[in-house]
Design a protein around this ligand. Structure first.
Ligand code: FPP
Length: 253
């Protein structure tokens, strides 16, 4: 007889098996280590970022295949404006190139190309490309890729507070006290589940102003691998590790 309770799992290799019924709905990644990767190879930092784009391609594809619903990639923080102008230009150029080169494949695979963060501060060409990619893919049903651009967790919270005040005063309502559910609706990530798993490669173990509100109960996974070397097998390792965690959300078992 067909067992409806049978676990669906895929065997990655002798050591690794993924439970397909427990794939994180939302994975967020701090793509770190591009610069160090390049330095170790005596290459300019721009080459590290370029190699980092290749990793994005593989990871988005694999997340989509595994049935991850949201993948948030920290591509440019509110603090990254402090980098040399040349590096900022390289990153913006890579963003446009990525959106143009990868659009067809992403669209065909049902990926929603979304962004979070205050993109009004990005060059106009980037804004146009991002908005157009979103408009064309918003009805897709595959993974939603959130490119976090000019994103900062603190900035997002302040933005949410200001939007909420504006909205409430325009509607002439003063609903007090504000609860978490209402506040959530004013974040860039409204309508999305909080990240289940946050991955940070490159050996650093800090949150760096990423998804500060949303990470309250996220599981963290760190690795020493630089982002350009991060591969599908590392993603599988992170997910397998996540699947062994006991998520209690403050409750007792
Ligand atoms: C951190 O590495 C990485 C970034 C600040 C940028 C991430 C960007 C990409 C992967 C490519 C461009 C993005 C898109 C969406 C096309 P780092 O430079 O801080 O590395 P380091 O700590 O080793 O110096």
């Amino acid at each position: 007889m067909f067992n409806i309770f049978k676990k669906r799992s895929i065997k990655i290799n002798e050591q690794l098996k993924l439970d397909m019924d427990n794939i994180p709905k939302h994975i967020a990644i701090i793509m770190d280590g591009n610069g160090r990767w390049a330095k170790e190879k005596n290459l300019p930092r721009s080459m590290g970022h370029k190699a980092g784009v290749e990793t994005i391609r593989c990871i988005v594809k694999e997340c989509n295949k595994l049935g991850v619903k949201y993948l948030t990639l920290y591509a440019f923080s509110t603090e990254n404006w402090k980098r040399p102008k040349e590096e900022i230009n390289t990153l913006m150029g890579l963003l446009i190139q990525y959106l143009r080169n990868e659009f067809n494949e992403l669209h065909e695979n049902g990926v929603v190309i979304n962004h979070i963060g205050d993109i009004t501060k990005l060059p106009l060409s980037c804004q146009k490309e991002l908005i157009s990619a979103y408009e064309k893919t918003k009805n897709n049903t595959g993974v939603t890729m959130n490119l976090a651009l000019n994103y900062g967790g603190r900035d997002e919270i302040v933005y949410a507070v200001n939007s909420l005040i504006k909205d409430f005063s325009e509607k002439g309502i003063l609903k007090q006290p504000i609860d978490e559910k209402t506040f959530n609706k004013y974040l860039y990530t409204k309508d999305m589940p909080d990240p289940d798993l946050i991955i940070r490669p490159s050996g650093e173990q800090r949150i760096s102003n990423f998804l500060l509100w949303q990470c309250a109960y996220s599981e963290f996974w760190y690795s020493n691998i630089y982002w350009p070397d991060f591969g599908v097998k590392d993603l599988h390792k992170a997910i397998a590790d996540y699947q062994m965690r006991d998520r209690r959300f403050g409750r007792v078992k």
